[in-house]
Design a protein around this ligand. Structure first.
Ligand SMILES: [Fe+2]
Length: 197
């Protein structure tokens, strides 16, 4: 194995351990068997190096997971998912995700999708929705979650939040950045869209 493969496999193993220990994750969707690393070209976004350099003040119960994902940052195919006209330039300087596991992920499977999601401090992720059922799992940091028909909640490490199919939600950060896993199941072919409220 080369160095990049080691870094990916270490991250995958840390995620799998998390699944073994966190019922909210394993009850939401089974961790896929036999994941094979694909050769996908890395792509950077403005926050790629911010996650790579986030090694202190992690605010986490899952330090090994955080550090494994942080180390992966320069090798991942980062995406932003939205157009500037819909979300604004400030948001695109503070937000990025990559598909670690999924139909088009670094580890390919059709059973689920796991996106690594980073949102910098002082950011507002506008109201959006999607067909997939979604579970957020906070790895590190903190953010305010708003959702139609749910109470507003500040989530920190280990906390989860479920979004039903097409249920609109928004995320705000203030003094903390946030690293989360966003897990999709059922109908994850269609991407997320910004919604007017
Ligand atoms: Fe979502």
């Amino acid at each position: 194995m080369n160095k990049t493969e080691d870094i990916f496999n270490n991250a995958k193993n840390e995620v799998q351990k998390l699944w073994d220990n966190q019922n909210e994750l394993s009850n939401f969707v089974k961790f896929p068997d036999n994941l094979i690393l694909k050769n996908i070209k890395s792509k950077k976004v403005p926050i790629t190096n911010r996650l790579l350099n986030w090694k202190n003040n992690i605010n986490t119960n899952h330090k090994d997971v955080h550090l494994a994902i942080s180390a992966l940052s320069p090798y991942a195919k980062w995406e932003q998912g939205y157009d500037e006209k819909d979300v604004g330039n400030d948001f695109l300087n503070k937000y990025g995700f990559f598909e670690l596991i999924g139909p088009t992920g670094h580890y390919e499977t059709s059973e689920m999708a796991l996106y690594v999601n980073f949102l910098d401090k002082n950011a507002y992720y506008p109201w959006h929705n999607h067909e997939a059922e979604e579970l957020y799992f906070i790895v590190s940091g903190k953010a305010k979650f708003e959702c139609e028909d749910q109470d507003i909640e500040i989530l920190s490490s280990t906390k989860t939040r479920l979004h039903k199919s097409f249920q609109p939600h928004a995320i705000t950060t203030i003094e903390n950045q946030v690293l989360s896993f966003v897990i999709w199941k059922n109908k994850f072919e269609n991407v997320s869209k910004i919604v007017k409220r």
